[in-house]
Design a protein around this ligand. Sequence first.
Ligand code: NAI
Ligand code: BUO
Length: 260
Amino acid sequence: MKNLENKVALVTGAGQGIGRAIALRLANDGARVAVVDLKEEGMQAVADEIKAAGSQAVTFKADVSDRDNVFAAVEYAEKELGSFDIMVNNAGIASIQAIADITPEEFDKTMRVNVQGVLWGIQAAAQKFKQRGQKGKIISASSIAGHEGFALLGLYSATKFAVRALTQAAAKEFASDGITVNAYCPGVVGTDMWVEIDKRMAEITGAPIGETYKKYVEGIALGRAETPEDVAAFVSFLAGPDSDYMTGQAPLIDGGLVYR
Ligand SMILES: NC(=O)C1=CN([C@@H]2O[C@H](COP(=O)(O)OP(=O)(O)OC[C@H]3O[C@@H](n4cnc5c(N)ncnc54)[C@H](O)[C@@H]3O)[C@@H](O)[C@H]2O)C=CC1
Ligand SMILES: CC(=O)C(C)=O
């Protein structure tokens, strides 16, 4: 029997990058997966990949910053896949800006996606687990930037610290309902997000393209950039029964970059 046999998981931001790897991994672990993203193209390809491997998947287009969208995504996953057991609040955006230059617009946008998106996901999943009278797992994306503020990533870091705060509070509030709430804190993962970070850092600092990414990767003790699959393997643990006695935590999974 596979680890997540008979479980239904919803993964946001699952059309590419880390979310894609998580959706594929949870499906491989036996879960039926709702692939949720803002962009339609990637989502369908991920669902097709899951189906080709013999598992069940559905797609749902949602903007995680919209509370109604997130609640609708959870309803759809339960209706189409027949249960609801694991919520992965993975969707997030980068913000690369000097503290002195952060605008109210950038602040609102980044907070809406990275913080409200996670909050609505926690609310929608907890409500569904309680309605169904069952236990559940809520897992959200924080970051090394949720443990340490990085230059030019101050606003982004603030959103990822906030994810840890919501994780701790929700873990305490929902423990008596049998709901665990944890987060994962990746380091430098070679996805489109890092292409964007590197490009914006180059614009701001004058560093050549590729230089910032290279410098960050050089700081990793294990000597290589993280892959989306490295992150997905840890999320698989958080989604499965081996983490049943763990809640309110946000461990670093970064190859040795930030030490807490
Ligand atoms: N790439 C990295 O090095 C790290 C990433 N993270 C976090 O991991 C998560 C995934 O990151 P990546 O895969 O690298 O990013 P990515 O940019 O490659 O993919 C993000 C996905 O989220 C979707 N998305 C963005 N805004 C959305 C919204 N409002 N509603 C629904 N979907 C939305 C995008 O369409 C995209 O498919 C993010 O929360 C990020 O902050 C954390 C630490 C390191
Ligand atoms: C994208 C991200 O979270 C970092 C700090 O690499």
